[in-house]
Design a protein around this ligand. Structure first.
Ligand code: FES
Ligand SMILES: [Fe+2]
Length: 429
């Protein structure tokens, strides 16, 4: 592992090597994704019936999420126990069992081996040895916890219970967003040529919203009455960035459609129906970006609701998997409205297409200067805490503080010994 220095113990400097080092990436797969973390897998609404399944990933590891005949949801590594083939290649479906295409070993919906073809061979020759015991063979299973229909799993027995891991402020946001039964509206997938942590940095950085994303500024749609901030769990490993309309704002819920043409550009939207906010939550919050360590995001942008899952694809690439949803009691017009507003998000979204580009330009330029560091001082240095405004990079530092703790870089192989010596409670070996 290359020598890496962490010059500040408050994570206000991030070594660029973290985004490019293959050894760091391998270690993340073991210590983060297979470590003591709860990883978002999907929504129960995606597999409502017995026999329903979806395929997904945790880091690089392929996962099947499968509902058995009793209604129980299982998460299992999507790898056949015979010779390691991908067991389920479809994105989703309904099935009586999971049968491998290679030699047709058949597994139950909960991962138990049910049958192997030709167990006694043919004509008294071949087949399985007499002590072969199907009952001892099952797919590698993960711990699963489901909260408000949101499915999480962990590889580690050491992971704390899900609600402790999420902590009260995050649980409150999930309660708010999933207060009613949801309905899946659709998916988007986006390939980004940059390291997965750069997307985490982006999504926890409310400061860039009004600076990078020019859609609102171009059409003069920014409301000065918006108030917002960022808050986290007790360890600031997760983050909630939010903004709300102030008391003086008319209309009650993010209604931008009545604005005049931009004094800056002279441009004006002819059809502003996409921007009409419909009040549906008891508060005045119009934007919530909740990011859960290590790679999940839950979003409300006006009436566009979705989850985003960060899928790693090697050190230089990632995929973002967007799942849009509404509520079962939405009428047709509300569903149409949510679909219209989903144009704000996704790979070509009016206010999110620049995020993929931001990840890529950082990845590209930082690759050539891996001994240099990113600088995270906006919003203050030192203690990582909640803030009452959006001009802050503190949530990004929160991610890195927990990342660094889990990665536990070996002192001998890396100058992260320096930071080990600086972080309270960690001694350099
Ligand atoms: S690898 Fe799956 S049955 Fe052989
Ligand atoms: Fe953004």
């Amino acid at each position: 592992m290359r020598t890496v220095s962490w010059p500040k113990e408050d994570f206000s400097r991030i070594p660029y090597a973290m985004y490019h080092d293959e050894d760091v990436y391998k270690r993340e797969q073991e210590r983060i994704f297979r470590g003591p973390t709860w990883n978002y897998l999907g929504l129960e609404a995606e597999l409502p019936n017995p026999g329903d399944y979806i395929t997904t990933v945790i880091g690089d590891t392929p996962i099947i999420v499968s509902r058995d005949q009793q209604g129980k949801v299982h998460a299992m590594v999507n790898r056949c126990m015979h010779r390691g083939a991908t067991l389920r290649r479809e994105a989703f479906g309904n099935t009586a069992d999971h049968t491998c295409v290679y030699h047709q070993w058949r597994f139950s919906l909960g991962g138990q081996l049910l049958s192997v073809p030709f167990p006694h061979g043919a004509k008294g020759e071949g087949g399985l040895p007499p002590d072969f015991d199907k009952s001892t063979i099952r797919l590698e299973a993960l711990r699963v916890e489901i909260y408000k229909g949101v499915i999480f799993a962990t590889f580690s027995d050491a992971t704390e219970p899900l609600l402790e891991y999420l902590d009260a402020p995050v649980v409150a946001e999930i309660d708010r967003l999933f207060a009613k039964k949801i309905r899946i509206l659709g998916y988007q997938r986006q390939r980004i040529f940059g390291n997965w942590k750069l997307y985490n940095d982006n999504v926890r950085d409310p400061n860039h919203g009004g600076l990078l994303h020019m859609f609102f500024a171009t059409f003069d749609l920014i409301r000065l009455s918006q108030v917002g901030g960022a808050k986290g769990d007790r360890r600031h490993r997760h983050n909630i960035s939010y903004s709300a309309l102030g008391e003086e704002a008319a209309g009650g819920q993010g209604n931008y459609g009545d604005t005049q043409k931009s004094s800056l550009t002279g441009y004006r939207l002819r059809d502003t129906s996409m921007l009409q906010g419909r009040r549906e939550f008891p508060d005045r919050v119009t934007l919530v970006i909740l990011s859960v360590f290590p790679g999940a995001v839950f979003q409300q942008i006006s009436n566009s609701l979705c989850t985003r899952q960060i899928r790693t694809r090697g050190v230089n690439e990632m995929e973002l998997y967007w799942t849009y949803f509404g509520f079962e009691d939405d009428d047709e017009s509300m569903t149409e409205h949510r679909l219209l507003q989903s144009n704000l998000c996704g790979p070509g979204g009016y206010i999110s297409m620049e995020d993929g580009e931001a990840v890529e330009i950082v990845h590209k330029a930082s690759a050539t200067s891996q001994d240099a560091h990113a600088r995270l001082e906006i919003g203050g240095v030192g203690e990582i805490r909640d803030s009452k405004n959006l001009i802050s990079e503190m949530p990004v530092r929160g991610f890195w503080s927990y990342y660094h703790e889990l990665m536990d870089f070996p002192a001998s192989a890396s100058a992260s010994a320096q930071v080990a010596a600086q972080v309270p409670g960690k001694a350099a070996a």
